[in-house]
Write a protein that binds this ligand. Structure first.
Ligand code: ADP
Ligand code: MG
Length: 610
C-alpha cells in the first residue's frame, strides 16, 4: 500500500490558517483598526458596505509602509512589532503575531495604498487569494488605506455561514466601539452603505463613551479610580437606577485591549449587590492597567479572554473600588438597606415604608347586597364599618361567602365557572398585592396577578402579530428615546412586527427612536423598559430553528407590560383580569410554563379542617 500523507497545497493551508483569525467581517474590521492604531494614526476612517460582506475599508494617517514592507506585511508571521520571544511579555502594540493580513489576504481581494512621510511616492498593491496581482508606485498622502473586498469569495462554504446583514453589522459595530473606547485620542469615523454611523472627534474617555452610547449617558456615569501596585483602575460605572436588561454596556479593557472576564465581571456585579432590579445589568466601562508581565494575552488571536497572575487580589481590588465609587456618588439617592423581595420591582420596593402584608378592602363593597337583602341592617353596617381591622373584615368575608358557596352549590345550574350572581357581584379581592382571590361555586380561586396578565397579553399580542393588526393609541407628543445605534438597528429590524402590535414609529435611525403611537395596553412610562426587554431578547443568541420571532416578541412584551406584583388593583380590574384569563386558550400556565392559578376546592378545604 502506498503512503497516504500529503502536504496540503499552499492556498489550502492558507485558507485553513485564515479560518483561525478571520471568522466574519467583524474580524477583518478588528485587525485593520488595530493595525491603524499600532501605526500611530490620529485619524482612522472605517467604511463598510453590505455589513462588510462586500467591502471593509480602513483609512489611516499613521506611519505608512515602504514598498518592501507592504509586500512583507502579507506574509505569514511577518510583523514589525516583536522580534524575539521575550518581547511577548512586554507588548505595547495590539498586534504582534504577524498573521492578520496574511489571513485576510487568503480569503479576499485586497488593495492597499500606503506611503511613509519620508517617501515621495507611495505603493499600490493588489492581492487576490494570497497572490499579488499588481504592484506599482502611486501618488498618495501619508498613511495607509486597505480595502478588503468580497470576503470568503473563494471559500463559498464559509460565505454561506455568514449571518444576516443586521447581525454582521452589529458585530462590526461592537468591534468599532471596543477600539474607539480605548482610543479617545484618535478621531474615528464609521460609515455603512454611505450612511455615517459615527463621527467621533478626539476627546476624553468620558466624552468618547458618551458619544458612542448616545444621549443622556453622561449623567448616568459614576467615575471609578484606584491606584494599587497590582492594578490601576480608571473608568466609569453606570448608576444602579439606569441598569438595563440588555447586557451590552459592559466593557473591561486591560492594558488598552478589550477583554471578557467572567470572574472580574462578577467582582463588579457583586459590588452592586442589593442595588439593582432583578435581572438587570449595570453598565461599566473600566480601564484596567496591570504590569505587562502579569497578564497573558497570548491565548488565541480572536478570543478576548486573558489570564492574570493574581486573579483573587484583582477581584478584591476591583470590587472594593466599585463599591467605594457607588457609595460616594449615590449615597443620597439610594436606600442601601432596601430588602430584596421576590418579584417586587425596584420602584415599588424603594418607595415602601414597611413590608407588612396589606389587604385592600373596598369599603363600599358589600357582597351581600343583592343576594342577601334580608340580612339585618346591623350586620351590614358592622361589616362596612371603616374602623374594622383589615383582618377582621377579611375573615368576615370568608365566613359569609362560605355560606354563599353552600347555597349556590344547591342550585348549581350553570356550566360557567362563576355562578351567575357572582358575575354580577363577585366576591373578589387582592391579597398581598400579588394574588387575586375569588370565590367559585366549587371553592376558592387564587390567581397570581402578574402571571395572569402576562398570559392575557401574550395571547393578545401573538394574535396581533400573526393575524391581525393591533390597535394603536396615538400620542399627543411623540416619545423620543436615545439608544445606542446598534440597538436602534435591532428595532429597525423588528419594525414590522412591532407595528403589528400597535407601535407607530416616526423615525428610527442613528441613535434616535421617535414613537408616535403605542399598543393600546402599553403605558407611556413603560415604553423604554418594554423596548429594552425586546432588544435584550434579540441580543441573546437564540437557536434559529426552534425560535419563532413573533412568539418571542409576544412573550417578551407581555412579560414587561404586565401588571406586576406589588400593584394595587381595583375591583373592576381584578374582575376583568380573571374574565380575560379564562377567555384565554391556555389559562393554566404562562408562556414560559409557570402556574397561573390554583383552585382550592371545597373538598380540599374540608380536608384541612379534619
Ligand atoms: P501584526 O499586527 O500582528 O504585526 P499584521 O498582519 O496585522 O500583523 O500586520 C503585519 C505588519 O504590517 C505589521 O506588523 C505592520 O508593520 C504592517 N502594517 C499593517 N497595517 C499597517 C498600517 N495600517 N500602517 C502601517 N503598517 C501596517
Ligand atoms: Mg495586526
Amino acid at each position: 500500500m502506498s503512503d497516504i500523507i500529503k502536504l496540503l497545497p499552499d492556498h489550502v493551508a492558507n485558507q485553513i490558517a485564515a479560518g483561525e483569525v478571520v471568522q466574519r467581517p467583524a474580524s477583518v474590521v478588528k485587525e485593520l483598526l488595530e493595525n491603524a492604531i499600532d501605526a500611530g494614526a490620529t485619524q482612522v476612517q472605517l467604511i463598510v458596505k453590505n455589513a462588510g460582506k462586500t467591502l471593509v475599508q480602513v483609512i489611516d494617517n499613521g506611519k505608512g509602509m515602504s514598498m518592501t514592507d507592504a509586500r512583507m506585511a502579507f506574509e505569514r508571521h511577518a510583523t514589525s512589532k516583536i522580534s524575539n520571544a521575550d518581547d511577548l511579555f512586554n507588548l505595547h502594540t495590539k498586534g504582534f503575531r504577524g498573521e492578520a493580513l496574511a489571513s485576510v489576504a487568503a480569503v479576499s481581494q485586497i488593495s492597499v495604498k500606503s506611503k511613509r512621510q519620508e517617501d515621495d511616492l507611495g505603493t499600490l498593491l493588489e492581492i487576490e487569494g494570497s497572490k499579488v496581482t499588481k504592484q506599482e508606485p502611486v501618488v498618495s498622502s501619508q498613511g495607509t488605506m486597505i480595502s478588503v473586498r468580497n470576503l470568503f469569495y473563494n471559500v463559498p462554504a464559509r460565505r454561506k455561514f455568514l449571518k444576516s446583514d443586521q447581525v454582521e453589522l452589529r458585530n462590526i459595530t461592537d468591534e468599532f466601539h471596543r477600539v474607539a473606547m480605548v482610543h479617545p485620542e484618535v478621531a474615528m469615523s464609521f460609515s455603512h452603505n454611505d450612511n455615517s454611523l459615527f463621527n467621533l472627534i478626539k476627546s476624553t474617555h468620558r466624552q468618547r463613551i458618551v458619544s458612542i452610547m448616545g444621549g443622556k449617558t453622561n449623567e448616568k456615569l459614576v467615575p471609578v479610580e484606584e491606584e494599587t501596585e497590582l492594578m490601576s483602575i480608571k473608568g466609569y460605572i453606570g448608576k444602579p437606577e439606569f441598569a438595563r436588561k440588555t447586557r451590552g454596556l459592559q466593557y473591561f479593557f486591560v492594558n488598552g485591549r478589550f477583554i471578557k472576564h467572567n470572574y472580574l465581571n462578577h467582582a463588579v456585579l457583586s459590588a452592586f449587590d442589593g442595588l439593582l432590579k432583578e435581572k438587570s445589568n449595570p453598565a461599566y466601562f473600566l480601564y484596567l492597567t496591570v504590569p505587562r508581565d502579569s497578564v497573558d494575552i497570548n491565548i488565541h488571536p480572536t478570543k478576548t479572554e486573558v489570564k492574570f497572575d493574581d486573579e483573587h487580589s484583582l477581584y478584591a481590588i476591583l470590587r472594593a473600588s466599585v463599591k467605594h465609587a457607588l457609595g460616594q456618588f449615590t449615597i443620597n439617592s439610594i436606600d442601601f438597606h432596601q430588602e430584596k423581595q421576590y418579584e417586587v420591582p425596584y420602584e415599588v420596593a424603594k418607595n415602601k415604608t414597611s413590608n407588612s402584608p396589606r389587604i385592600e378592602v373596598d369599603p363600599d363593597f358589600n357582597p351581600f347586597q343583592q343576594e342577601k337583602s334580608n340580612v339585618s341592617n346591623t350586620r351590614t353596617q358592622s361589616f362596612q364599618k371603616p374602623a374594622a381591622a383589615p383582618w377582621e373584615s377579611l375573615y368576615a368575608g370568608i365566613e359569609e361567602s362560605s355560606k354563599l358557596i353552600d347555597e349556590s352549590e344547591k342550585e348549581q345550574v350553570t356550566s360557567s365557572m362563576f355562578e351567575k350572581h357572582e358575575v354580577e357581584q363577585r366576591n373578589i379581592f387582592q391579597l398581598q398585592r400579588k394574588f387575586v382571590i375569588s370565590t367559585l361555586s366549587s371553592g376558592l380561586l387564587v390567581v397570581n396577578q402578574q402571571r395572569a396578565h402576562e398570559r392575557v397579553l401574550y395571547e393578545k399580542l401573538l394574535r396581533q402579530l400573526t393575524v391581525q393588526n393591533g390597535v394603536s393609541q396615538q400620542l399627543l407628543f411623540p416619545i423620543k428615546l436615545n439608544l445606542p445605534a446598534e440597538e436602534v438597528s435591532i428595532l429597525l429590524q423588528l419594525q414590522d412586527e412591532l407595528e403589528h402590535t400597535g407601535f407607530l414609529f416616526k423615525s428610527l435611525h442613528d441613535n434616535v427612536v421617535e414613537i408616535e403611537g403605542l399598543p393600546l395596553e402599553l403605558k407611556e412610562k413603560d415604553v423604554p423598559s418594554v423596548l429594552e426587554a425586546v432588544i435584550a431578547k434579540e441580543q441573546e443568541d437564540v437557536p434559529e430553528y426552534s425560535y419563532s420571532p413573533a412568539d418571542g416578541l409576544a412573550q417578551t412584551m407581555a412579560a414587561s407590560m404586565s401588571i406586576k406584583t406589588g400593584e394595587a388593583l381595583t375591583k373592576e380590574a381584578m374582575e376583568n383580569l380573571v374574565d380575560e384569563l379564562f377567555a384565554c386558550k391556555e389559562p393554566e400556565i404562562t408562556a414560559s410554563g409557570k402556574k397561573i392559578f390554583i383552585n382550592l376546592s371545597g373538598d380540599s378545604l374540608n380536608s384541612k379542617f379534619n
